[in-house]
Design a protein. Sequence first.
Length: 637
Amino acid sequence: MGSLRKKVRFWASALLLLLLFLLQIDSRSLVGATNIPLGSTLSPSNASSWSSPTGTFSFGFVSDPQSPSLYLAAITYSGGIIVWSAGGSGSGNASVDSAASLQLRDDGNLRLVNGSGTLVWESGTASKGASAAALLDSGDFVLKNSTAVVWDTYDNPTDTILQSQSFTFGQVLRSGVYSFSLTQSGNLTLTWNDSITYFNKGFNSTFTANKSLASPVLTLQANGIVSLSDASLSTAVVIAYSSDYGESDDIIRFMKLDSDGNLRTYTAFKDAAVAPQRWAAVADQCEVFGWCGNMGICSYNDTSPTCGCPSRNFDFVDPDDHRKGCKRRREIQDCPGNSTTVQLDHTRFLTYAPEISSEQFFVGIAACRLNCLSGGSCVASTALADGSGFCYLKVSNFVSGYQSTALPSTSFVKVCAPALPNSPSPPGELRSQSSNPRGWLVAVLVFGTVSGLMLFEWGLWRCFCRNGARYGPSSAQYALLDFGMVLLEIVSGRRNFDVSDDTGRKKFSVWAYEELEKGNIRSTMDKRLAEQDVDMEQLKRVVLVSFWCIQEQPSQRPPMGKVVQMLEGVLAVDKPPAPKAADGGLAAVTSITVSATSSPTQPSSTSSHSIASSSLVSKRNLDKPSSSLVLPDQSSS
Ligand SMILES: *[C@@H]1O[C@H](CO)[C@@H](O)[C@H](O)[C@H]1NC(C)=O
Ligand SMILES: *[C@@H]1O[C@H](CO)[C@@H](O)[C@H](O)[C@H]1NC(C)=O
Ligand SMILES: *[C@@H]1O[C@H](CO)[C@@H](O)[C@H](O)[C@H]1NC(C)=O
Ligand SMILES: *[C@@H]1O[C@H](CO)[C@@H](O)[C@H](O)[C@H]1NC(C)=O
Ligand SMILES: *[C@@H]1O[C@H](CO)[C@@H](O)[C@H](O)[C@H]1NC(C)=O
Ligand SMILES: *[C@@H]1O[C@H](CO)[C@@H](O)[C@H](O)[C@H]1NC(C)=O
Ligand SMILES: *[C@@H]1O[C@H](CO)[C@@H](O)[C@H](O)[C@H]1NC(C)=O
Ligand SMILES: *[C@@H]1O[C@H](CO)[C@@H](O)[C@H](O)[C@H]1NC(C)=O
Ligand SMILES: *[C@@H]1O[C@H](CO)[C@@H](O)[C@H](O)[C@H]1NC(C)=O
Ligand SMILES: *[C@@H]1O[C@H](CO)[C@@H](O)[C@H](O)[C@H]1NC(C)=O
């Protein structure tokens, strides 16, 4: 007995040791849950990573979302959401191969080295005296000496600001060609290519009315409120509320400059791979400069913003990625004949600071077009038509368009003649109308039945009359009986004689009547019809009429004219008596396929323009663009 207990104890401790050993091996890949010693190295090949104390965040190599065969050295939240990446700016220019390494060197410098040995990125902390590193549970990776933090990722953000992280005046978020920063006065600004500021929004607060801020700080609070604080403000000023503000269970919030040039807040749930959006700085994505590339026109389809080209004088730069913009099939300087303009209704070419000061003129629509056509450097123009009287003459080599039926503006794009405007509704937008089955169901049923009936009558006539046999009480009455059966069989797609399990082994007409009484009309219906969007009222009427027609007593059957009126819905249909279980029917019905036909309505083309009144602009004006442009309209004021 005692020896057995000893044996159990021995094996238990052996198992425990083995477990501890395995755990030891596992924890070796998470080098130092708290302090990461200098000299540590991470590599994509052994999938090693540094983890925050509770494991909420980890720092290691992850597959680059833009080119999955390459890697990014990134800090990720539990589900894999990237919140920082070494050398990253969303443009994927810091992705490395599987032989790369992230080195925390003995001199305190953090370096990302590609497989080939080239330095991709470094923290530049070689001489700062850092003695250790750590990844904190806030998602901040710090390089520190014995007393203070000498470098951290919070102070060197890429495209993301985590909750409670401070984003100060002077810092920049970058994503591809877009950047986000805070001005000295506390405005939030979004900029394209470090030149065009398409979003510049201040806050409105009595606190800040006449104050100049010292060093404004933008924060996404854990409760979802985006706020601005400054030493000169007594309280933080609210910039925006995330749609789920106030909720805070097991979530991490972050603010990100997305690759589409919009700044958004997101809520990431633990272990989730995607985070839902909670606020966007630019409510209208089409107002983001350059989102559709050069010469691209942003517009909305049913669901989302989408990119197109101004006219058929243009092609997509990359047919697979419409955001890359459009190019003229023939450059204006290479035009074989004269150049002309394409008119784009409800379209505006985005014009923000600093372009607006040099491209905005005070002229009407005809002059807006003609001045661009004759001005050598002008590529496009927009007559705002919003009451301001302004016209934008676009002379830059990058223009960005926005089209919406809500816009009053009219734009013109210079092209080689002839102008080929886009067709009013591109082929992809023509939607087949789901046609109402009411009309065609009746038409097809009546036509099909009558032809089937005629065929059948002809057959009967050949069989009986030619052989001299008598054809029952009255051929008209039989015809109606047949008509009723055919009608029922067409709707149901079954024969009356079909006896199957799903009709409870009853004759179909009997079973169908029972279903009708239970209100189960749909179950009597042909499965092919069920796939269509059938009007149940109409179907019920057809079924009821068919039951009237197959009445045992000929006197109960309605005349044909009344049947048609009932089918059309002109006459109300009463509830028919039940069919007899033993009554006959007919055997053969030619199958009639019912198909929905779409009838797209194509509006006639009306997009071409002609503004012939060149007399509106004097020849002298055409020759001397900017200053003289103002004259014609000023003379009237
Ligand atoms: C991962 O690979 C790197 C470089 O090859 C090496 O320095 C590091 O020690 C490895 N880590 C682990 C946990 O094996
Ligand atoms: C990536 O591009 C950004 C700007 O677009 C630049 O600041 C950064 O240095 C680049 N990174 C690398 C590793 O080239
Ligand atoms: C690293 O090397 C790979 C191939 O060896 C290359 O595709 C990648 O662009 C390089 N990354 C950088 C940032 O140079
Ligand atoms: C740690 O770094 C801080 C900031 O760089 C510096 O002021 C401090 O003197 C350093 N402490 C030590 C012990 O080197
Ligand atoms: C972005 O700006 C640089 C100079 O600042 C310019 O050379 C480049 O052409 C611009 N990019 C585009 C797409 O216009
Ligand atoms: C700040 O934004 C407001 C609009 O919200 C704008 O009127 C003002 O000119 C901006 N200030 C600066 C310095 O850009
Ligand atoms: C700023 O706020 C005050 C009161 O809060 C309001 O009266 C004023 O119209 C606002 N100004 C702007 C430009 O929104
Ligand atoms: C801001 O300045 C204007 C003029 O300089 C002054 O009329 C106004 O009272 C000031 N507002 C506040 C809140 O100090
Ligand atoms: C709207 O545009 C988006 C992006 O171009 C596309 O993915 C989507 O299918 C379009 N939707 C419709 C209804 O055309
Ligand atoms: C080009 O324009 C001029 C003046 O408007 C006109 O005389 C000439 O016929 C045009 N040429 C062509 C090929 O249309």
